[in-house]
Design a protein around this ligand. Structure first.
Ligand SMILES: [Zn+2]
Length: 287
């Protein structure tokens, strides 16, 4: 694991803003965005200290998702584990405790970038709206032990794995995130982002070849066929849903997820909560 602490000369504060690339070694977009940031001289403009972390260097060098076990399924980790990624998860979690963190990923399912998070807070909503993304998938109902379950942690899926476009998008997302966190001086550009609540895992059989008929984040109507198999099976929606991370060959036993579209994220996760019928702004910790 490589950690770069930047912008700390004047304040001597420990950074509370972090970004992580190469959580998965076959998704180099985040590591490339960090390397590009380090090469630009933009660090001289930082207004608060930040940490940039390239997490799984061994898997990145091997261009494989992980070496022994999936790092993103290993949080909070175990310092005494026999497994490399479980020890790494423990070190990584120790490094970002107390930080707001953006993790970078890429997919085999969708070329447009989108955000992922769990346990909604106004801070996470604000980061999602600051990133150049149209969709944000909320995994609160289905994810456990993943980076999205850590406090103040959000991810961006920057595009197709290993693509130039994903590396470019990851860099744009890194700059937008640093602006949103007040680490870069330019004002954050808050844009409309749709909030989807991921509800159901769509399983697949390893014995079948699948063809996907639906588009990620595009509504599938009740009765609509969203996938077929080479063995003559059709998968039909029994109720409307919006596909997330749906792909024929992204995973051995997982075709994707069914999500509900909740609405624009500034409406679904507002800055205030209704308490006893009166609007109250959330305190800093609740955000
Ligand atoms: Zn990933």
């Amino acid at each position: 694991m490589r950690t770069e602490v930047l912008g700390a000369d004047d304040t001597h504060e420990s950074p509370t803003v972090a970004a992580i690339g190469a959580i998965h070694g076959d998704e180099p977009c985040g590591a490339r965005a960090i390397e590009r940031f380090l090469a630009t001289g933009l660090q001289d403009r930082l207004q608060r200290p930040i940490k940039l972390i390239i997490a799984n260097e061994r898997a990145l060098a091997a261009s494989s998702r992980y070496v022994e076990v999936d790092l993103n399924r290993s949080f909070p980790g175990d310092a005494e584990s026999d497994l490399y990624e479980e020890r790494l998860a423990h070190r990584l979690w120790s490094e970002i405790k107390g930080c707001v963190t953006l993790g970078f990923h890429s997919t085999v399912s969708f070329d447009s970038p989108f955000g992922t998070f769990a346990d909604p807070t106004f801070l996470k909503s604000r980061i999602m709206r600051a990133l150049p993304i149209e969709h944000a998938a909320d995994f609160s109902a289905v994810a456990q032990g993943r980076s999205v379950n850590l406090p103040r942690f959000v991810n961006v899926e920057a595009g197709y794995q290993q693509s130039e476009a994903a590396a470019e998008t990851a860099y744009e997302c890194l700059l937008a995130y640093l602006r949103a966190m007040g680490a870069l001086p330019d004002s954050a550009n808050q844009t409309s982002t749709m909030h989807y609540l991921v509800q159901t895992v769509i399983e697949k059989s390893e014995k079948q070849d699948y063809t996907i008929c639906a588009e990620n984040f595009q509504r599938v109507a009740p009765g609509e066929v969203y996938a077929t198999t080479g063995q003559g099976q059709t998968l039909t929606a029994d109720k409307e849903f919006w596909p997330v991370l749906m792909s024929a060959d992204g995973h051995d036993v997982l075709l994707g997820y069914q999500a509900d579209q909740l609405g624009e994220i500034s409406q679904t996760i507002p800055e205030w909560l209704l308490l006893n019928g009166r609007a109250r702004h959330l305190c800093t910790l609740c955000r």
